[in-house]
Design a protein around this ligand. Structure first.
Ligand SMILES: Nc1ncnc2c1ncn2[C@@H]1O[C@H](COP(=O)(O)OP(=O)(O)OP(=O)(O)O)[C@@H](O)[C@H]1O
Length: 249
């Protein structure tokens, strides 16, 4: 998925020359080694690789949750690396959606208010038609008045997905979004995420260790030692498992 194959405007997220290291001298770890990567719009991409290969660092830098040492990260036509703290906060609120393993819902408010929270924080009203489309696609209509503890894990994660989709962000980042769900519920959430790319044009980038989860993506990017070392299109559990095994050799 190099940025040479499509015009730059076709990419939701583009990064060039991304480097990030932790520690100093003998404890120095190069978590990202000059990574160039571009994520086409309306695609579902999974990032995989052995433990310590730099997946989370890459995702956190792309999402503006961590700062790279050098490079460019273009989202919605703006370079994240040049934004001040306030601009970055606005960018994360408006252009970026998040779905975490631990759902991260506010326990004291109901599902509807959780879904609307990013817009409420930005002082914006919601587009009712889009809200209805999202909650119907995610099967949440009869759960809106429930608080998170009154919902199953899968329902809570669907609320988190709805919250991420509601601002129509440039990109939704998922960090092991089905890591806390049983396999059937996880499959349900992943197919809804895939539907959002196909039917709503959403771009999704997900870090996962699970070949079954990755098989829902359009593309798998493979990382090793802080670099992207391969790509699998139309992945299946078998091709992902084989690719991961060959990375471990
Ligand atoms: N805060 C930190 N301080 C020091 N080193 C770190 C820190 N965060 C990550 N690293 C190191 O950077 C490298 C990449 O870590 P990262 O968490 O991005 O890998 P990962 O592929 O997401 O791993 P995992 O699959 O285990 O979650 C690893 O060697 C890790 O030990």
């Amino acid at each position: 998925m190099t940025s040479e194959t499509l015009p730059l405007t076709e990419y939701a997220v583009c990064a060039r020359g991304l480097t990030k290291s932790y520690g100093h001298d003998s404890t120095r770890v190069e978590a990202l080694r000059t990574v160039d990567v571009a994520f086409a719009r309306s695609r579902f991409t999974a990032i995989m690789g052995p433990s310590g290969s730099g997946k989370s660092t890459l995702m956190h830098c792309l999402a503006g949750l961590d700062t790279a040492d050098a490079g460019e990260i273009i989202i919605g036509g703006r370079d994240l690396m040049n934004l001040n703290d306030d601009e970055l906060t606005m960018m994360r609120r408006e252009q970026i959606g998040f779905v975490f393993q631990s759902f991260n819902l506010v326990p004291t408010i109901n599902a509807k208010d959780n879904i609307l929270l990013p817009l409420s924080l930005a002082g914006k009203s919601h587009d009712r038609e889009w809200f209805n489309t999202v909650i119907d696609a995610l099967g949440l209509r009869d759960r809106l008045s429930h608080k998170p503890h009154e919902l199953s894990g899968g329902q809570q994660q669907r609320v988190a997905v709805a919250r991420a989709l509601l601002t129509r962000p440039e990109v939704v980042f998922g960090d092991e979004p089905t890591g806390n769900l049983d396999s059937r519920t996880g499959a349900e959430v992943l197919s809804l995420m895939r539907t959002s790319t196909r039917e709503m044009g959403q771009t999704i980038i997900m870090v996962t260790h699970d070949p079954a989860a990755a098989s829902y993506a359009d593309t798998v990017l493979l990382m090793k030692d802080g670099s992207i070392v391969g790509q699998l299109d139309d992945p299946t559990v078998a091709t992902v498992t084989e690719a991961l095994a060959s990375l471990a050799e």
